[in-house]
Design a binder for this molecule. Sequence first.
Ligand SMILES: [Zn+2]
Length: 423
Amino acid sequence: MRNLIKHLLLITFFQFILIGSLFANVFVVSRSTANIRELPTTASSIIQQAHENDWFIYLGNSNDSKWRSVELPDGTTGWIYYTLGRIQENYQPPIDTSTTFEIDKLEVHIINVEQGDCTLIIAIGNNGEKAALLFDAGKPGKGDKYVVPYLKSIGISQLKYIVSSHHDGDHLGGLDEVLNYTPDTDDFKISLTGNAYQPAGDPKSSQRAQYDQYAYAASAQNGQEILTLNPPEFLNLSKGLTLQVVAGGGLYIDNETGNIIDLEPSDANAKSIGLLLTFNKFKFFVGGDLGGISKQKKIENKVAPYIGDIDVLRANHHGANTSTHDPFIKIVKPEVVLISCGKNNFGHPRQKVIDRLKAENSNVQIYQTAEGDLVNRYKHLATADGLVSGNIVIKTEGDCTYTVTGSGSEFHETNTFTNDDCL
Ligand SMILES: [Zn+2]
């Protein structure tokens, strides 16, 4: 309990200095190398080496004023001698949004986080350069349990962008754990090199604590508050890869006029960020818990004409019956549908969703990360006959084909598909 209070106080303090004044006071290193020590004395051991233009959140001075106390990316504290850099107030860190490499290969990973969502998009360049975007990270506890080990297993230690599709716990809950990961026996460290995002609109009071932890963890990484993503913004992950925000905060792009329409939904799910990815002939859509019922102002159907005919759909809202209705399916026409789900949910995924998808395209291939909620507390029967695929990986080189690989109990292999345009 004492820890919790300490943490909450820390968050409040942090919000005051970071969000209250927008940017933090930091110590910027001005020498080519600078030792960070455990204690404010040269006799103390070196815990990290910093380089020119590295910056750390500035915490205060030693008693003799010769040493600066800084917060390291892993949350621990270190000391730097005062001549090795300078304190800068309201520092806005340089963020790489323009200099990017040309994409050569694309990977989309649907990480199995049980009931929840986690999508990782990786652009890979000709020389093996990588840029990654993490879209959601499951419920609290799942970031540590699944997402961090997964990132570690595929060697992704830098995230250029991190996006919370919306404020629900099964999407946002694990994000702070990913950002706060502290290496113990290994050197693996996760860093956010660009921005953290959320949709427009405030979290509900029940979502506030988790949101604050995400905000705290993100600003400890990049010194900024979480930014809002609105349509029609683009995220610059790499050249040749188009990532456009087509919905978010209840706004969407109207295909006929190009105008941004505000549906002003009261429903939090309807405020999910919808991302449309295009890499040459390959098109993929992921949209949190967007829905197609009146409570959600049928935002799925409205944004569908702008999305157009895609190859792969990450089914909205875990395959819930309130999403993926006929008007949406008839326009986006997916050949492959991925469902992120697990036990203990609201009856996701629903057989009716699978039936609707198959009625439109009898050849549609449906993969789900895990078995869904077979008989849930609402007494709906959720069977869903998608292939239980564990972590699902899509790979393409932007040519006419893409592959889908699963690691699950029913599907543990690779299937190859041909893009729409090449058929
Ligand atoms: Zn959800």
